[in-house]
Design a binder for this molecule. Structure first.
Ligand code: IVH
Length: 677
């Protein structure tokens, strides 16, 4: 080995040791500064000597370039799910059924493991090095999410100790801690994206991102609990020893596992674990009971390719509490929607104090027959989000009051509107203080203008002090200056300057980001990107007609009308003009050829998409083509490279055949955009 190669290997070893100490053992060995220095040293070495990059390099954890699509991966051994038992009797039945097949199970002992509610993954190690990681998929075939899994900081890239088989699949669960889950949902709420119902959905979504940097930002963690290595000898013969071996190899294992001699003991221990689950930092939805002796696993086998007989999930019914519905109040969102929520007498559910629950809209309140003053049943959906199930009618006294949506906005007094075919009620006043505030919060949020240090509290303070009244004022130094900030509580010279710098930095955001941040109805991140890419400048977009906007691929009528409506309003026009004067970027950069995921491999090619594709939306397919340097048009001509055809395609296929233009399907398209040029 050369000196440089030895140095790189040494750095990899040191950094991974530090990662392990920090993320698995919870016992940091290096300070952040030391870690960063070593990390940058390794990055520099690898940049200068690309041949030294190895699949186990910690530098890969920062996230690779986005990929065009996830590729399929066939599991060596199917990934099974588990049968459930909801009480002791069902556990006893399970043991009896097993004992009829293999009588020894009653004497073999059981391991108990906390069942983490996340996304199942399978990790392939070759000679102790992490090579491939996949989702469960349908159990037989999953999706390759290796670059995303490398960003999971407690996943070992190279194993410690020895004795592992040459090839093995380690099975585990990737999850988001409760605080991370709440942070992700808070951020989504700020930008008007729907909240994830539970950490499992959030984890699964993060895992399947095409851009590993997004996955990394979510902060996923891993626990492992199973090993498959067909035809190879494993250095353990019980489930308990398997878990200890996983730990010795450097895998994170949920720490509350235990071995019990029989089912009677299991019942007692499970009861103890049930009390513990709500106190954990991660969502657990039960306890997995496994026959300890691995030899018996083979004998017991599986039910179909679905469930092993040797394991079962003991699940607990969600905790339901009764409390008093003190009031129904309204929160006005940035679109003007009046969102009713329940104010509850505080009640403890699974270790968390619940005092509010969203009620969505008036129709839901009516359907549930809720009255103010009712005793109500409350639970936490997916054990997280408070949910009001319904009233306890027997406890009504007659003093309860029915709820009615107000006729006027509780924040500004404007007469509310109730559009036909919609369940929501809206405040139509664009200057309504609640709408203005929520609008500014959205504008500054992370996936909008990304103004660090400008959250809900500070925006409230700035509005209350009369320093700002709209988003343009943020950039107006006659209004928002270090001096003015110093008059507010909680600001010092340095923090005030930092905030101003963060605001100024956001002026450079591309048009797509600004469009999304403006909070035009129906415009999400994707719609904003499509519009910005097509029109390139704010000026072009502002003068486009509904028809012209509607003609943009992926943009529908609702967006077209909302955008045209936005620019027809003099107040909005004035706002945009002021933003431009204040120096905000109003253009979308053209992606240089070769940038983005495609590396320009479809450069010079033109595609037409028709029909419903099996997995991609048309907008997404068009995106992939454009990112790879290709063009997408609506009409088939002799110049068309190929027509991508999905279900229920119409006359375009016929036209393609007449002109001798290629007809391809989604799979072929994905192959083309992913292929090396
Ligand atoms: S054993 C053959 N053990 O729960 C292995 N699963 O509902 C079968 N899970 O797909 C799974 N913690 O993703 C097992 N300690 C644990 C688990 C666990 C979480 C997940 C796993 C499985 C799902 C079944």
């Amino acid at each position: 080995m050369t000196d440089v190669a030895a140095r790189a290997a040494e750095l990899r070893r040191l950094l991974e040791r530090a990662n392990y100490a920090y993320y698995v053992l919870d016992r940091p060995e290096l300070s952040d500064v030391e870690y960063d220095r070593l990390f940058r040293a390794l990055q520099a070495l690898e940049a200068a000597h690309p041949e030294l990059r190895t699949p186990d390099s910690p530098t890969l954890r920062v996230g690779a370039e986005p990929s065009a699509a996830l590729t399929k991966h066939r599991h060596l051994v199917p990934m099974l799910s588990l049968a459930n038992a909801f009480n002791e009797a069902e556990l006893i039945e399970w043991e009896e059924r097993n004992a009829r097949l293999v009588p020894e199970v009653k004497q073999a002992g059981y391991t108990l493991e906390v069942k983490i509610d996340g996304a199942a993954v399978s990790l392939t190690y070759e000679d102790g090095v992490f090579i491939t990681g996949t989702t469960r998929g349908n159990g037989l075939v999953g999706e390759d999410v290796t670059p995303n899994l490398r960003t999971v900081l407690n996943l070992p890239l190279r194993l410690q100790g020895r004795g592992w088989p040459k090839t093995m699949e380690v099975r585990g669960e990737v999850y988001l801690s409760k605080p991370q889950f709440e942070r992700v949902n808070r951020e989504r709420a700020q930008t008007g994206e729907p909240a994830f119902a539970n950490p499992r959905n959030a984890a699964a979504g993060a895992l399947r991102q095409l851009d590993p940097k997004i996955t990394r930002a979510r902060g996923l963690r891993l626990f492992c609990f199973h090993v498959e290595a067909p035809g190879r000898k494993l250095p353990f013969d019980t489930q308990h020893a398997l878990l200890e071996q996983l730990l010795a190899w450097g895998f994170p294992v949920e720490p509350h596992y235990r071995l019990v001699p029989d089912l009677a003991t299991a019942h007692r221990e499970i009861a103890a674990l049930e009390g513990l689950l709500p106190t954990l930092d991660y969502e657990a939805d039960g306890v997995v009971v496994k026959v300890n002796a691995l030899a018996l696993h083979a004998e017991l086998g599986t039910v179909g390719d679905r469930e092993p007989r040797w394991a079962i999930a003991r699940k607990f019914a969600p905790e339901v509490r009764i409390t008093k519905l003190l009031d129904i109040r309204i929160n006005v969102g940035r679109t003007g929607a009046l969102n009713p929520y329940a104010v509850l007498e505080p009640v403890d559910i699974g270790g968390v104090e619940v005092k509010q629950a969203t009620l969505h809209n008036a129709a839901v309140i009516k359907a549930k027959d809720l009255r103010i003053g009712d005793w109500v049943e409350v639970t936490r959906a997916g054990q997280v989000i408070p949910q009001l199930l319904g009233p306890v009618r027997e406890r009504r006294t007659g003093a309860e009051r029915e709820f009615a949506m107000p006729e006027t906005c509780p924040e500004c007094g404007a007469k509310v509107e109730h559009p036909q075919d919609e369940v929501m009620t809206y405040c139509p006043n664009v200057s309504c203080p609640a709408r203005v505030k929520e609008g500014i919060v959205h504008f500054a949020a992370r996936n909008a203008m990304d103004i660090r240090r400008l959250g809900y509290e500070r925006i409230t303070a700035l509005l209350d002090a009369g320093i700002i009244a709209d988003v343009a004022d943020l950039y107006d130094r006659d209004k928002l200056s270090v001096m003015r900030l110093l008059t507010l509580e909680g600001f010092a010279e340095k923090s005030a300057q930092q905030l101003i710098d963060a605001i100024d930095a956001s002026k450079r955001q591309p048009l797509s980001t600004l469009l999304f941040a403006l909070g035009i109805r129906h415009i999400g991140v994707q719609g904003a990107r499509l519009l910005a890419r097509h029109f390139r400048t704010m000026q072009n977009l502002a003068k486009a007609t509904v028809e012209e906007i509607n003609a943009v691929r992926g943009v529908g009528e609702a967006i077209a009308e909302a955008v045209a409506g936005f620019f027809a309003e003099p107040r909005n026009k004035a706002l945009v003009k002021r933003l431009e004067k204040l120096g905000l970027n109003m253009t979308e950069p053209t992606a240089p050829a070769g940038e983005g995921v495609g590396g320009g491999r479809l450069a010079g090619q033109t595609y037409v998409i028709t029909g419903t594709l099996p997995s991609l939306s048309r907008a997404r397919a068009a995106d992939l083509i454009e990112q790879a340097g290709g063009h997408v048009t609506d009409n088939v001509s002799k110049k068309t490279t190929a027509v991508v055809v999905g279900a229920d395609a119409g006359s375009k296929v016929e036209k393609a055949r007449q002109l001798g233009v290629q007809v391809i399907d989604e799979a072929e398209l994905l192959r083309r955009v992913a292929e090396k040029p």
